[in-house]
Design a protein around this ligand. Structure first.
Ligand code: DGL
Length: 277
């Protein structure tokens, strides 16, 4: 059974892609709805909440957990380097950053840019994300190391994950998305970027609104499919980490299960019978 974690509903967009790509695997989803959104919390708080959630998934029998949350990914390196080796050396935690940077650059994560240079055609990429993700500069740094010629425009969208999480009316989402797109364009001297990356797992739920707000011709990059392809390849390389099951999916929440379940089902496109933790 593979654990999938997000602060709230956003990770369901990733979970949906994972279940389609890996239909025989069992998944256990945990949404920390009781503490969502994470986007404006400080790094230490996010680290502690993320560890608590990962530990809960480990405790339920997952040896592999996907952090389906960019904001929690600010905690990922510390968690992988200091906490995991001491407490759970046989377990693994993976994020969404690596698959996206590979997708954007067309280069394997561990490729040496000196021998495998960037050959993509995008010269500028806008990254839309929460304030915490933007502050971490993780996309700019990791894309920059591999493709230094690419201009990365990081645009915080401070209200958006919360609006999606609360189930606010879509015209409200659209209003803020138009504002964030306008801010990004202004920061780029009015020039449209070649591509726009939705760097928060809540945003695929608003992909159509981003599409409508962005100038025509901007390529929209979303996280679910690359994350699913990357996990499938990882499982091929590490067959001992998870055994195929029967395609069961279970849902846990730190929030109020009835309320969370009703809203999440609409996002997920199938029933999400959440159970409280
Ligand atoms: N879905 C999350 C992300 O990918 C977090 C949103 C939030 O909790 O602010 O960043």
């Amino acid at each position: 059974m593979i654990g999938v974690f997000d602060s709230g509903h956003g990770g369901l967009t990733i979970l949906q892609a994972l279940t389609r790509r890996l239909p025989a695997r069992d998944f256990l989803y945990l949404g920390d709805h009781g503490h969502a959104p994470y986007g404006d919390r400080d790094a230490e708080e996010i680290y502690q909440l993320t560890i608590a959630a990962v530990e809960r998934l480990f405790g339920r029998g997952c040896r592999l957990v996907i952090l389906a949350c960019n904001t929690a990914a600010v905690a990922l390196r510390r968690l992988q380097q200091t906490w995991l080796p001491h407490h759970y050396p046989q377990h693994r935690v993976l994020g969404v950053l690596v698959p996206m940077v590979e997708e954007v650059t067309g280069m394997p994560w561990l490729a040496d840019p000196a021998t495998t240079p960037y050959r993509g055609d995008a010269r500028s990429i806008a990254v839309f994300a929460t304030r915490r993700t933007v502050d971490s500069r993780m996309y700019a740094q990791e894309i920059g190391k591999r493709a230094p010629s690419v201009r990365v425009l990081e645009q915080p969208c401070p209200k958006l994950a919360a609006l999606i999480e609360q189930g606010a009316p879509r015209p409200e989402w659209a209003h803020f998305i138009q504002r964030y797109v306008a801010e990004m364009l202004a920061a780029n001297g009015g020039q449209p970027p070649d591509a726009a990356l939705l760097g928060c797992t809540h945003y695929p739920l608003a992909a159509d609104l981003f599409r409508a707000a962005l100038p025509a011709g901007v390529r929209l990059l979303s996280q679910p499919a690359p994350t699913a392809d990357s996990l499938a390849a990882y499982l091929d390389r590490h067959p001992g980490l998870d055994a195929p099951g029967s395609g069961r999916v279970k849902f846990l929440t730190s929030g109020e299960p009835q309320r969370v379940g009703a809203m999440a089902s609409a996002f997920y496109g199938a029933r999400t019978p959440f159970i409280g933790i």
